[in-house]
Design a binder for this molecule. Structure first.
Ligand code: ATP
Ligand code: LTN
Length: 331
């Protein structure tokens, strides 16, 4: 039997996750488990390219592991692990550093954006961020990498590095393909509906965190910025209402047209109340599971320990191959 194709994806433990992560990324990950051998990693090494408070980093790492599990990632089928627990990531990253041009990294738009956003800390790690990401992917010989559109450029670099190494030595790395989900609805910030909802946003009143209390969620939705006019229609010139329609669609499974009909002739107030109720109900089962799992740190650590052990078995093989090919002496 041919072995299953491999998926690898990662998320940074840099804050609480919001409803956009659930619908834009995690929901897809859960489905991919049925068909692929999946590695889902919490990339703490990437997180420190921006200054982090140690207590926050520690907490967010376990929060993220609990979120994966609460969303339905099944540790008996997929591998959940923390990047820093698998030293092969930094080891391969070093090797790949030596095969990457300065110009290739300085072209990356994420580097340019982040160095503008944090001008006081433009560090070498931030510059080399995509090389570490390439190591994450190539260690597991991943076929597919589910990412948002903003990460496509990093994936192109990963492919270039893999091809470069393969042609300089011999076939070593699988060339990965990006996997951009079909129509993972993009959720916008409730206070600024032309900007995507983002976990590191300073204005938290526009972000629906998965762990927000029911009344916080309801209040954030009720205070969401809406557009002029009174119609409840999904239209480009109505980003606020369109975003709320998307949320209602996600929470109820109803189609856009059906939603427009349901609220024809009704006011924004009534609509927002319906969206708030639906989103609160939609998130409830997740929150119950999350609280239960998060409270059991021993269990969480067991999952990530086993995940790291399984990951290391695979990562180690690839790294050994690389070391041999470049001429390091094996003992
Ligand atoms: P940060 O604020 O730290 O930059 P972020 O909230 O933008 O983070 P990422 O960690 O970059 O989130 O995203 C992880 C995954 O979640 C990506 O695949 C991305 O496409 C998806 N995602 C993030 N925000 C949204 C959103 N608002 N709507 C839909 N999907 C999203
Ligand atoms: N850079 C990604 C997170 C990330 C990742 C990866 C995604 C790190 N390593 C490997 C896919 C595969 C981000 O910021 N979303």
């Amino acid at each position: 039997m041919q072995s299953r194709k491999v998926i690898l994806s990662g998320m940074q433990p840099t804050g609480g996750l919001h409803i956009g992560h659930l619908t834009g990324a995690l929901k897809n990950w859960v489905e991919l488990q049925n068909e692929y051998e999946c590695y889902f990693t919490i990339v703490d090494l990437h997180a420190i390219t921006i200054r982090q408070e140690p207590a926050n980093l520690r907490r967010w790492t376990l929060d993220l592991a609990a979120t994966f599990l609460a969303c339905g990632i099944d540790p008996t089928r997929s591998h959940i692990f923390v990047q820093s627990h698998v030293p092969e990531h930094t080891q391969l990253a070093w090797v790949l550093n030596c095969f990457t041009g300065m110009g290739e990294c300085s072209r990356m738009t994420q580097f340019k954006d982040k160095s503008q956003k944090y001008p006081e800390n433009v560090n070498v790690g931030l510059f080399a961020y995509p090389i570490l990401m390439a190591a994450d992917i190539l260690l597991y010989q991943a076929d597919l990498v589910p990412v948002g559109a903003d990460q496509k450029q990093h994936l192109e670099l990963t492919r270039d590095l893999a091809q470069r190494f393969n042609s300089l030595y011999s076939e070593t790395f699988k060339i990965p393909e990006p996997y951009i989900p079909k129509v993972g609805a993009k959720i916008m910030n409730l206070q600024n509906p032309t900007k995507k909802m983002s976990k590191s946003d300073e204005n938290q009143s526009g972000v629906l965190f998965l762990v927000d209390e029911d009344n916080q969620i309801a209040n954030k939705i009720k205070r969401a910025v809406t557009d002029s006019g009174a119609e409840i229609v999904f239209r480009e010139d109505k980003p606020g209402i369109s975003n709320l329609i998307t949320l209602y669609h996600i929470a109820t499974g109803k189609q856009i047209e059906e939603i427009e009909n349901e609220f024809a002739g009704k006011g924004y107030g009534e609509f927002k109340k319906a969206v708030a109720d639906a989103v609160v109900e939609f998130l409830r089962p997740f929150k119950v599971r999350y609280r239960e799992i998060r409270a059991n740190e021993e269990y969480l650590k067991l999952i990530i320990r086993e995940g790291a052990e399984q990951a290391r078995r695979v990562a180690n093989k690839t790294l050994a191959k690389v070391y041999r090919k470049i001429g390091f002496v094996a003992l």
